[in-house]
Design a protein. Structure first.
Lengths: 219, 219
DNA sequence: CTCTGCGGGTATACGGCGTATACCCATACT
DNA sequence: AGTATGGGTATACGCCGTATACCCGCAGAG
């Protein structure tokens, strides 16, 4: 049932994954579902658990291939990075998971286990509890491997002339956006989300690492 | 009407801000609302615009008091920081705004204007289009001043004995979380969200600045 | 001064949703 | 042989967003 729900959400989104719709797919009465979950929210909880549980633990092999192996204490950064990228891979086929995860109100054991693994990698690297704490907050939902698409652009009109006009007034109204759109290397086509994500992640990990090396603490 | 809707959402959440409920508050038929908005989503669009529009532009005074004034080109970082913290202040009383903003499917002019201002501060600081682009992605939804609370802990049972037992097994199951909870400076009471936020923001801005100074580009 | 268009309100109704309550039946165990 | 029970069904309630149709008072045109 949970996997059917996941398939349904993959195909049609979380909104469209209703009790009645799911029952339909399962060729069953809506009320039958309530023999297995208490309510829709719990169904979603279980869907989240399912996909989060499927995040692969980075193996030592992967570790070896990813960076040359150095002292264990130095590895926390690569370890965290791999874990987060693994999460990204695992959740990539479940676009609904982002909203689902972010709207859960309490963390399940599976979720806690993932966070615990992340944190213990940092502790193993010698980071202070203080810094680990701040690092987790800074990572925030990025630890699940997704970023919000933050710039959904207004849809352009169909008519070419109108479109050109719309584009022009757009560029005039938002000069900085215009400048970025027209001069960034990838100008025109969409950007590489994976690269984007990795860069942002590295930015954060860099910062944490630097603070760690500087013996930083929050006081 | 929009401001009533905002008040309602402030008080009872976005979910509870239904057409019927809002109509009720306004002492009007539900259908009357549809003379002013095409559908609920548009109402939410307007609510978002309203609160985003209220984000204060940092004044030069604020700038002066925040950092000693240096060459304009050096100011981008402080400028962005102030703007984002202003956003945080403005949206703080509207907890629903986070979800609302993140679920909009196209950016309104007000939203675009805010992003444009952020980006133009960076351009003024001499950052490359490439870097500005990446910086915006890295900032992501943090540019609105909120962070997802990423660690909602399971609720503890009421009975003290049970609670202690639950806590113990919790600590045993998640050693790294346990270690952080018990040794981080703020152990026990909740953490200071503002400080947390500012730190994460600084981490990102630091990273961007360093890359800027290093003449970084994505190729 | 009447007519008319219309901005903004109302009444009713539809189809969807989550889910409470009550019933029902096959199988597995005593 | 009798019974508890896991998993299915039928029906119904109250909520939601919103389509459609009506209505009324005022503004401005003739």
């Amino acid at each position: 049932m949970v996997s059917t729900a996941i398939a349904l959400a993959d195909a049609r989104g979380l909104e469209a994954t209703t009790m009645r719709g799911l029952a339909d797919v399962l060729q069953v009465t809506p009320m039958a579902l309530y023999k297995h979950v208490a309510h829709r929210e719990q169904l979603i909880d279980e869907m989240v658990d399912h996909v989060v549980g499927a995040i692969a633990e980075p193996s030592d092999d992967a570790a070896a291939s990813d960076t040359e192996r150095t002292a264990d204490a130095e590895d926390w950064r690569a370890h965290v990075r791999r874990r987060v990228l693994a999460a990204r891979r695992a959740l990539r086929t479940h676009p609904w998971a982002q909203n689902a995860i972010e709207t859960r109100t309490t963390a399940s054991p599976v979720v806690l286990a993932y966070m615990d693994a992340l944190m213990s990698a940092m502790f193993d690297g010698g980071l202070s509890a203080d810094l680990v704490h701040h690092a987790m907050h800074a990572l925030s939902t990025r630890m699940w491997g997704f970023t919000r698409d933050v710039m959904p652009t207004p849809t352009a009109p169909d008519d070419p002339a109108e479109r050109a006009a719309a584009l022009n007034s757009f560029l005039a109204a938002y000069p900085a956006i215009a400048r970025m759109m027209t001069t960034a290397p990838h100008a025109g086509q969409g950007c590489d989300d994976d690269e984007e994500f990795a860069l942002a992640l590295d930015l954060l990990l860099d910062g944490v690492q630097r603070r760690h090396e500087a013996g930083w603490n929050s006081a």
